[in-house]
Design a protein around this ligand. Structure first.
Ligand code: 5RP
Length: 219
């Protein structure tokens, strides 16, 4: 099966996890684009969506799905998003689409994080996909030097400004054996807004789309 068909299949499978009359948090990316298409089928059964990016918001609005501001709610039952890599402990690398900060905020509010991926995203050790970090622009070279101290090779993502007005560094050459410690360490560097390691707040459930069907792994 082609990767896009796998993304579409897992998006439809995720619809079964949404309870009627609830608010759904959603991420950003090509998998989530398929998920939004599937969500249209139940749009009259949900209260609305908390969106993580302008890209997802624009698509949701076009399809007539109500957008809800995160500050207007105090409980979010479910967050559905994809990942760039996910390991067997359900820790993830995210941020390929540069929406990592909003994604991490919504994921942290949500009661349940359901990660939907095609099988190519499953890894034994995180780090083959360069780890994205959102950074305050003036701290760029300082943060690059700090990341080099831990063996990373940071590359400035050219021509990308996040929705918060910041830049993205992608750290190559990492073999992430302790995602929780690395997440804490990178978060402690002044000027780092968000690291795209989702280890302290990992997924609760992952749906993995394979050519044989959908594999469900729970924490
Ligand atoms: C965006 C993300 C995405 O979830 C991640 O990049 C996966 O994207 P795609 O579904 O296009 O493969 O973290 O910031």
């Amino acid at each position: 099966m082609k990767q896009n068909s796998l993304k579409e299949a897992v998006s439809w499978a995720a619809i079964n996890f949404i309870q009627p009359n609830t608010i759904v948090g959603i991420g950003t990316g090509s998998t989530i684009d398929y998920f939004i298409n599937a969500l249209v089928s139940i749009k009259h059964q949900i209260k609305g969506v908390v969106s993580s990016s302008e890209k997802s918001t624009n698509k949701l609005k076009k399809l007539g799905i109500k957008i809800i501001d995160l500050n207007e709610i105090n409980f979010l039952p479910i967050y559905i998003d994809s990942a760039d890599e996910i390991d067997s402990q359900l820790c993830m690398i995210k941020g390929g689409g540069a929406a990592l900060t909003h994604e991490k905020i919504i994921a942290s509010v949500a009661d349940k994080f359901i990660c939907i991926v095609d099988v190519s995203k499953k890894v034994n050790v995180l780090g083959r996909f360069p780890l994205p970090i959102e950074v305050i622009p003036m701290a760029r070279n300082f943060i690059i030097r700090e990341l080099e101290k831990i063996g990373g090779i940071p590359k400035y993502r050219q021509d990308v400004t996040t929705e918060n007005g910041n830049i993205i560094l992608d750290i190559h050459n990492l073999h992430i054996l302790d995602p929780i410690s690395l997440e804490k360490h990178i978060n402690s560097i002044p000027g780092v807004v968000t690291v795209g390691l989702f280890a302290s707040r990992k997924a609760d459930i992952v749906l993995i789309s394979t050519s044989k069907g959908i594999e469900i792994i729970k924490e």
